[in-house]
Design a protein around this ligand. Structure first.
Ligand code: PEP
Length: 242
């Protein structure tokens, strides 16, 4: 496996001034690949401020062009210097009604344009309590596999983000993370995806004080960081733990 990948998800946060302060305090580190996924209007600002840190977006259209008001295509993100794009974040699934099939088509559109999709999967608390974790994440992955195929999927990043751990301060335990990440890699293998090279990130209330423990878990190839990516010293500390 290559270096761990730690990607910040700024969500709907930022301003030109606040971004300038945050971006100027980020510095590439040896031994870890870092990325920040910023709101669309700030892609150019982030691109010119970052050195050795990859740029990403938080969503992408499934369409290439046309009468789709408000959409942003994968080719546009490439023009603005993006390497990564998050697809299927649970906030988009829950708040913007993105179905598994839409997420699959977005992942394919992203990859076809040369981006690396970070495909988010994860269960709600009710689904965990009902013992359905692998059913849920398997169904979410299957929708991507069906659209994109096994070869394409082997070049994607998967992020396991239990919905109940996102923005709640309640991270999954190392044991829970290890179980699901191992399950995800097995799922990929049994579906003929060359799973050894697929980075599987963990996301959900990763902070400087739990990052090292989570990153040390088997099959954890990095992290997707929400709230803590908005605080430069926290994001840098998390990246140093990777
Ligand atoms: C996220 O939104 O992708 C996330 C992991 O958020 P947080 O780190 O704030 O839980």
């Amino acid at each position: 496996m290559s270096k761990k990948l730690v990607a910040g998800n700024w969500k709907l946060n930022g301003s030109l001034g606040a971004n300038e302060r945050l971006l100027s305090a980020l510095a590439a580190l040896p031994g870890v690949e870092m990325a920040v996924c910023v709101p669309y209007p700030y892609l150019a600002q982030a691109k010119s401020a970052l050195q050795g840190i990859a740029l990403g977006a938080q969503d992408v259209s499934e369409y290439a062009s046309g009468a789709f008001t408000g959409e942003v295509s994968a080719a546009m993100l490439v023009e603005f210097g993006c390497r990564y794009v998050i697809v299927g974040h649970s906030e988009r699934r829950a708040l913007f009604a993105e179905s598994d099939a839409v997420v699959g088509r977005k992942a394919l559109a992203a990859q076809a344009s040369g981006l690396v999709p970070i495909v988010c999967v994860g269960e709600t608390l009710a689904e965990r309590e009902a013992g359905q974790v692998m059913d849920v994440v398997g169904r979410q992955l299957a929708a991507v596999l069906e659209v994109a195929g096994a070869d394409a999927m082997a070049r994607m990043v998967v992020a396991y983000e239990p919905v109940w751990a996102i923005g709640t301060g309640l991270s999954a335990t190392a044991a829970q993370v290890g179980e699901v990440h191992g399950g995800l890699r097995s799922w990929l293998r049994t579906h003929d995806v060359d799973a050894d090279g697929v980075r599987i990130l963990y996301g959900g209330s990763v902070k400087p004080d739990n990052a090292a423990e989570l990153f040390a878990v088997n099959d954890v190839d990095g992290g997707l960081i929400g709230g803590a990516s908005l605080v430069a010293e926290d994001f840098m500390a998390i990246c140093r733990s990777a």
